[in-house]
Write a protein that binds this ligand. Structure first.
Ligand SMILES: [Zn+2]
Length: 493
């Protein structure tokens, strides 16, 4: 299967070819950990986690790195505001970030390097750039000299003057050219600092990503991702300093994902319309958010609104109802169905129905191979669902007169469906009971009733009934907690 990738660097779709056969090195710029993750922080990880799932399905071995910027001006300012240390703040915010990724089933990231753990690598790279004449020390800082790099601007396809005109560039008498950027920043009193040949200080943001990606993936690697807003200056600078340092191609393919939008505004701190992930997950299930992030092509902006989430939730409900049907038919949960983890060719001699199912699998894989079009791939999920439900209806599979072979065929098709939903990281485990307010009240009412029935049954020494209530609730992933004088409940084991 030939994968096509749109490469920001060449501004065209290219055939995806890895540096080493069967292996992919993938680096995605992660967060600066100074405040809890907002929804925008989840876009890149979900998209690239899905890309990794897909590449792994095609039998690539993917090494996926997302960095954590744990030293930066923003961290220094925020830690002072909160009267804590940069380290404490960074650890707390990183824990929040990692917990949110886990909830969204972003499980494919192999390394989360922290910038402060790579100071040695960063310094040796800066030293090398000075030695090669691409960087200069100036009054305790070190700058990259953009005029020494002939290729500077190639990622954004603009010459340095245009880049400078388009960006707010700090005017600073320590720099030789206005576009030069800091590799090392001399220490200010009260800030975290490390010793260096140029005086004590801390690394600039861009150099962190170059040092960490090259350390973990090698001087040249396959894919570099990040939000569209990172193209300039961050990625342009990463590329310039990395290639000046090694003389080799840094990343072969640059992939930029679209940003979150609410209405016609970008979701950002400056707009004041950011949604904190933990807040959102109080009202919505993580799967609904993951689904939202995959609904459009990764390069397009993602429309965010409360209504949109509710609409997607309704769309997901049709899949959840189907999983109930699978359980009624097979006696087993959809979540226990085994779907193949690696791609295998379409089997020969299929029935008409399974032939249709495998054609849908092809349509799904074609969409995904075309520049990882998750939105197009999601569209085929609904076609899968229609085909599966139609077959179950027509063969009256839930009735005693159903042909046993139809059931076998149906379950074979369900397993193909499972195979492709795994690629999207969807439907991997049951979602907790709906947490929308109306449902909460209803759920509370029903649970109070069940707990009362169980308690009455115990009083009447009908332990079989009491145990049945607990057992059936456990099957629904609801746990009863007997406490002195009362019984509580929670969703989960
Ligand atoms: Zn970066």
């Amino acid at each position: 299967m030939q994968i096509k990738v749109y490469n920001t660097l060449t501004r065209q779709k290219e055939d995806f070819q890895t540096l080493q056969p069967g292996k992919v090195g993938m680096y995605v710029c992660g967060p600066t950990v100074y405040k809890p993750s907002h929804v925008g922080h989840m876009v890149g990880p979900v998209i690239f986690d899905t890309i990794k799932r897909y590449l792994s399905y095609l039998d690539y071995q993917v090494n996926f790195v997302v960095n954590i910027t744990d030293i930066d001006d923003k961290l220094i300012v925020e830690s002072k505001k909160q009267n804590t240390t940069v380290t404490e703040l960074a650890e707390r915010v990183t824990a929040d970030y990692l917990a949110n990724l886990k909830k969204l089933q972003v499980t494919g990231i192999d390394h989360f390097p922290r910038a402060t753990h790579y100071i040695g690598e960063i310094q040796s790279m800066i030293g090398g750039l000075i030695e090669k004449g691409f960087a200069y020390a100036s009054m305790g800082d070190v700058y990259f000299d953009v005029s020494k790099d002939e290729d500077y601007g190639k990622l954004c396809n603009r010459d340095p003057e245009q880049l400078e005109a388009g960006a707010r560039i700090e005017i600073n008498e320590r720099k030789r050219n206005p576009g030069d950027f800091a590799l090392w920043k001399g220490a200010k009193p009260g800030e975290p600092m490390w010793d260096s040949p140029w005086g004590s200080g801390r690394p600039g943001w861009h150099i962190e990503c170059s040092a960490m990606s090259m350390k973990l993936l090698g001087e040249s690697f396959d894919m570099h991702g990040g939000g569209l807003d990172l193209q300039f200056p961050h990625h342009e600078n990463e590329l310039a300093q990395s290639e000046s340092f090694t003389g080799k191609t840094f990343a072969r393919y640059w992939l930029h994902n679209g940003l979150m939008k609410t209405g016609d505004k970008k979701m950002s701190k400056s707009e004041g319309n950011e949604i904190v992930v933990t807040e959102l997950l109080k009202k919505h299930q993580p799967e609904t958010l993951r689904y939202l992030l995959l609904t459009s092509h990764y390069r397009s902006p993602i429309e965010y609104s409360e209504d949109r989430l509710l609409e997607l939730r309704r769309s997901l409900e049709s899949f959840y109802r189907f999983f109930d049907r699978v359980k009624r038919i097979s006696g087993n949960s959809f979540y226990q169905v085994i779907g193949k983890l690696k791609h295998q060719p379409t089997p020969k001699g299929l029935s008409a129905f399974l032939g249709e199912i495998y054609k849908l699998r092809d349509a799904f894989l074609d969409a995904f191979s075309d520049d990882f079009n998750s939105g197009g791939a999601l569209g085929t999920l609904h076609e899968f669902l229609n085909a599966l439900n139609r077959f179950a209806d027509q063969s009256k599979i839930e009735t005693p007169e159903a042909n046993p072979e139809a059931k076998v065929e149906f379950l074979a098709a369900v397993s193909v469906f499972r195979e492709i939903t795994q690629i999207l990281g969807l439907f991997l485990e049951p979602q907790e009971a709906a947490t929308a307010q109306g449902n909460n009240q209803l759920m509370d009412g029903v649970m109070t009733l069940l707990i009362e029935i169980r308690s009455e049954a115990r009083k009447a020494k009908n332990f079989a009934l009491a145990d049945l209530v607990r057992k059936r609730l456990t099957e629904l992933n609801i746990t009863l907690e007997d406490r002195p004088g009362e019984t509580g409940w929670r969703v989960g084991p």
